[in-house]
Design a protein around this ligand. Sequence first.
Ligand code: AMP
Ligand code: ZN
Length: 476
Amino acid sequence: MGLRLYNTQTRQTEEFTPPPRLRASDGLAPYEVKMYNCGPTVYNYAHIGNLRAYVFADILRRTLEMEGYSVKQIVNITDVGHLVSDNDEGEDKIEEGARREGKSTEEIIGLYSQAFYDDLKALNVLPATKYPRATQYIDEQKALIETLDKKGFLYTTEDGVYFDTTKFPRYADFAKLDIAGMQAGARVSMGEKKHPTDFAVWKFSPEDGNKREQEWDSPLRADRKGFPGWHIECSAIAMKELGETIDIHTGGVDHIPVHHTNEIAQSECATGKQFARYWMHSAHMLVDGQKMSKSLGNTYRLSDLAEKGIAPLTFRYWLLTAHYRTQVNFTWDALKGAQNAYERLRRRIFEIKKKGVTTNTHPFSFVGSVFDDLDTASDIASMWQDIQNNEYDSKTIIQEVEILDKFLGLKLLEYAPEEVVVTSELQKLLDERKTARDAKNFAASDRLRDEIRKLGYEVKDTPEGQRLEKTEKKSA
Ligand code: AMP
Ligand code: ZN
């Protein structure tokens, strides 16, 4: 069937293939896919909406590998130049973070990039080939700016160096922007920008006494210090690490109208080549119908979930039960539901494995929907079906789970509940609780659940009755 991916560039699901000149299959080493995932701005902890973008990229990478490719995966760390306002205005988020916390920018960057790596590890996201920091590619960014300047795409104002978007006739195409409408509605303070869509490739440090910690000699203006704009880092890093035309570029949908549109403009104007062959975007996570975002103050972190007993892999399971291009709405109920399902799934798999091998008479029912634009949700649904369907023998099912888990990364076969020895004290509490529940005395039943918890056990109500689990085994 081959691997099919939805390409934002064409708004179509297309077959993924290596570039035409490398398509020969006669003895070439497996093609190495060059993939770039726009990384986090490390001025604060990542929220679980941000993390969705990296779980999505991880599924993509695992699927490419299962398809037989090797993958060079680059995730940049934005440690300079991302301003508070998307309009090239306001303070640099990193400098602001340092001021807010009374730390150096280097400390802020170290702290929050490490927290990001820790979150990825907890989510069983495979480590990327490299996590390059924007500040370590200043020379490459300046070189790109010089090239664009020589080709006549830039102009300089008092506060920075700007890309003139009218010089790139395809500027509006990628995001299907309504430029006329944007011009008409340009209430934004444009400063000295010539057009509302023009963007900074370099900003000069303000000369108002608020000295920046991170600044360098500016390109095009020797008398000013400054720092790169946000978009230029991704073009420079991607080209340096992966080449002028890369295979796949990803980000969240919010990147389409500004960040990726600008990356395409500056990269393609500098090289005259297509920047990325496939563009892929994951949908947002909402809270009460609004985008989860730090500015709205409606964010949750993995540690907030852990405090309520929701393990990182439960969150991963929840994400994978929706398609990556579908918005998901965060609620505690949804995550509790996922927790139940994920636990039941792993317990069932564990029990099937324990039964041992029986004759393998049935073919796989696993169809690999993941190859159809990463449809993990359908694969999880068909795995559930097979598990509940007694027709399949245990060996077939375990094989299916093994394959599927290479894509899903849910550690489905690692579950091993500890045998719980029910002491007479525990049994007494269980009996009392059953009596309370039978009498619909839920206050008493909840109180007994708490007492059991204090002894280190969680009581689950299953169709077969009450079941105990050691508390620390509850999380993955
Ligand atoms: P940032 O650290 O703000 O640069 O964002 C990191 C990644 O998270 C980007 O790929 C964004 O598109 C993505 N992102 C931001 N907010 C959300 C959200 N509410 N749901 C899903 N992804 C998001
Ligand atoms: Zn980027």
